[in-house]
Design a protein around this ligand. Structure first.
Ligand code: HEC
Ligand code: HEC
Length: 293
């Protein structure tokens, strides 16, 4: 090193510049949010629909006290403890901080979250939805249990790198009603594209883990967890003989028309989420997925 002081200095400067550039990569600025009175019952329902409970609760543990490993090509992620515990959970957070985390994927300290937390799909949750989910989260008992640290190796453990990923691949969902379609179709689309985040597993991803948006719902042959998901576009579902009733029944029970049961992560989607939904909402999803009405 003694021989190359100039070079090592240049390297240090280059590294510092790289870190600085990444630090400056923009995250979405906070949006304004109206503090509404939350309905914890509706919030608990939305938390089921959105998978918050399924992902943030490990088998047999207290609700929202932290999830089981989410395996990916980048390592294992663990959904943290989001009970109202002030030390280990999010008991010290404000509503605004909660909204910024869930809809925009930014922590109270201004750090970006990994997209293993599907915030891209929660961007279309309304202020009322957020107030209700917040009320539900605050109603669960606090659990004094530390979150499990993620097990991801270099360079994915450098949180600032997520800024770069996000600037290329992030696609926050927006929701605009299509007045040419029925109320049920629109509600179904809102749930499927937004909070129920069906595309998170049914849309293929590029090598960096970004969703390939023009192949929405066409199935992912190489999912992050090593599994594969089939296409659920209306054409694919129609060709395979799915009807509205069969789809509603499968999302309610996990059992397919041929008597087989969903395998892989789809079983968790049903048992941690869709089985709790109202018939009307499953019918809405099926109406949208099968392109009816
Ligand atoms: C597919 C799994 C998954 C689902 C579904 C999910 N989360 Fe998470 N969540 C995560 C992971 C993983 C993290 C950690 C992200 C990180 O460290 O960058 C996280 C982080 C969070 C945080 C930040 C906690 C902290 O201590 O900084 C909040 C708040 C949160 N999630 C709330 C929710 C809510 C509310 C929902 C439902 C609307 C939800 N999550 C759905 C996986 C999930
Ligand atoms: C966590 C990943 C994941 C999410 C989220 C997910 N799925 Fe799936 N889905 C899968 C996998 C994996 C399969 C294949 C299951 C199997 O092999 O038995 C599947 C299968 C299906 C099938 C069966 C298709 C067929 O013809 O066999 C339907 C229908 C389906 N999913 C609908 C949905 C809907 C609707 C949503 C959103 C509410 C959703 N999925 C969310 C992973 C997921």
């Amino acid at each position: 090193m003694k021989l190359l002081p100039g070079l090592s200095l240049a390297l240090v400067l280059a590294a510092a510049l790289a870190v600085l550039t990444i630090k400056l990569w923009p995250l979405p600025p906070p949006t304004s949010v109206v503090q509404l009175t939350g309905d914890p019952k509706r919030g608990a329902y939305l938390a089921r629909l959105s998978g918050c409970v399924a992902c943030h609760t490990a088998g047999g543990e207290e609700p929202l006290s932290g999830g089981a490993a989410l395996n990916s090509k980048f390592g294992a992620f663990f959904a943290p403890n989001i009970t109202p515990d002030t030390v280990y959970g999010i008991g010290g957070w404000s509503f605004e901080q909660f909204v910024r985390a869930v809809r925009q994927g930014v922590s109270p300290e201004g750090a970006p979250y990994y997209p293993a937390f599907p915030y891209e799909f929660y961007a279309s949750l309304t202020d009322q939805d957020m107030a209700d989910i917040w009320a539900a989260v605050q109603a669960v008992p606090p659990v004094a249990q530390p979150s499990t640290p993620h097990q991801v190796g270099f360079p994915f453990n450098v949180r600032d790198g997520i800024r770069v990923w996000r600037s290329f691949f992030e696609q926050p969902q927006t929701y605009v009603e299509d007045s040419s379609r029925s109320i049920s179709w629109n509600r179904g689309r809102y749930m499927v594209q937004g909070p129920a985040h069906c595309a998170a597993c049914h849309t293929p991803r590029n090598i960096a883990g970004g969703l390939i948006s023009d192949r929405e719902l066409t199935g992912d042959p190489a999912m992050q967890d090593g599994g594969r998901s089939p296409a659920i576009t209306w054409r694919a579902l129609t060709v395979r003989g799915w009807t509205k009733d069969a789809l509603v029944a499968a999302l309610r029970t996990g059992v397919l028309p041929d008597g087989d049961a969903f395998g892989g992560s789809m079983a968790e989607v049903v048992h941690g989420g869709t089985k709790y939904l109202l018939d009307q909402h499953l019918e809405d999803m099926a109406t949208y997925l099968l392109n009816l009405e």
